[in-house]
Design a protein around this ligand. Sequence first.
Ligand code: ADP
Ligand code: GLC
Length: 485
Amino acid sequence: MQIVIAASECVPFAKTGGLADVVGTLPPELAKLGHEVTVYLPFYLQARQRLQGELNYAIRSLTIPFRYYNRFAGIVDGGKRGGVQYYFVDCPELYDRPELYGPRGGEYGDNAERFGLFCRAVVEAAKQLGVPQVFHLHDWQTALIPVYLRTVYAADPALLGAGTVLTIHNAGYQGWFPPATTEQLLFPWEIFTMDRLEQYDRFDFLKGGVVYSDMLTTVSRKYAEEIQTAEFGNGLEDVFRRRAADLRGILNGVDYSRWNPETDRHLAAHFNAGDLAGKRECRKDLLHAFGLGAVEENVPVIAIVSRFAAQKGIDLMAQVADALASRDVAVVVLGSGDPYYENFFRSWVFRHPGNVAARLSYDEALAHKAEAGADMFLMPSRYEPCGLNQIYSLRYGTVPVVRATGGLDDTVEEWNAETSTGTGFKFLNYSSEDLLAAVDRGLEAFRNQDGWVRLMRNGMAQHYGWEKPARQYAEVYEEVAQKRA
Ligand code: ADP
Ligand code: GLC
């Protein structure tokens, strides 16, 4: 099948979170299955730096109309990698900026225009470079593609057979803009109603995608259920319920060629389930990198690697911060985002300089070192559509302590010392007591090193490769093609 994947992030070109990992890995896996896959991305500054050299334009200029003016977008040919064709939508005045979405976890004021243009440019480019059987879209930034296809392009004979799948990686980000966005992006006003794109007097990109796509997926089974409830639907629960028959939960895979303790190029030493000696080295290296070299040998190390956003449960961490640091543990934190949370981590380090350390930045190498060198990985998310870090942790023998939500619940099983089964520690209620109790169960288990090694090995034996999810997506594409036939 011919598949066009459009997204706002993709490794190695542009990344702020797990979306980039997924969009970087799924397409080559689909290509391996024999599909013809094309990926469209905005030509951000990050991507421009990555490509370097002479740019090759597949299309020199597309005219993208807005209400009172036109913009002009080129399509840069990024060539083929791993059997996948990459194209970039080039519009320097919109994308040639230091950040993908806005400064310090915030938003650029013209994001409606930036991603509105991206959506329309992908449709126009596909008309010249190849209309696929299925457009596979990801999150709010690309959610207007199905809306364009079924409204202003509905009569276009070139696009008639094209179906759409929208994958929701995070219903907490919907792309909310003023009602006038409808006109600015040249949609008819009739789509601005509560059963289509309006959400309480806001123009809602994601809602449009949910209403107009042929099929929907989320990135875990549990999250597909959760978003149909008021706690997790972020106001779209009714729309998700209406589309429940077309909604699938497909758990993300991870890229074991990049996240494998036997080969990871960022590590001081390598290890695997059979030979764990290298993990000791990695622990030393990690503590050293965080300036905690003085922490004693048998003290458990807890790692946190996260975007600093409300989703990640940082308010819960703040509530238990002092109690946790007063236990016999070392804590290393790597992350960036909301300045409010960055300040919390600064103050935590300030109060416990001997055993809490933080790097408030984005650092790929350090993220790998943290996965490898820690004993436990803490992820108390308020909600987590899938979560990749806990899956990386499992492979690195770093025991996840997680809240039982979304993909965290689907990938971590509570340790049972009696039967020696399970892979980590989970708590259900979003409460600081329950979080601390889960950490304490972990610390208790850590005291019995034989049991602990068994627990680590249980996790290391888990396999979350891309083979299965790629097949599941291919099945969804088939369903879409049948609907459109
Ligand atoms: P989300 O996409 O919600 O942020 P995921 O767990 O799906 O959560 O993915 C996060 C990805 O971003 C992982 O690959 C993780 O290693 C990476 N990451 C997050 N914060 C940092 C950071 N400060 N430095 C390096 N990598 C990070
Ligand atoms: C989103 C979610 C995260 C998921 C990632 C990739 O960023 O927050 O849970 O793993 O997308 O699907």
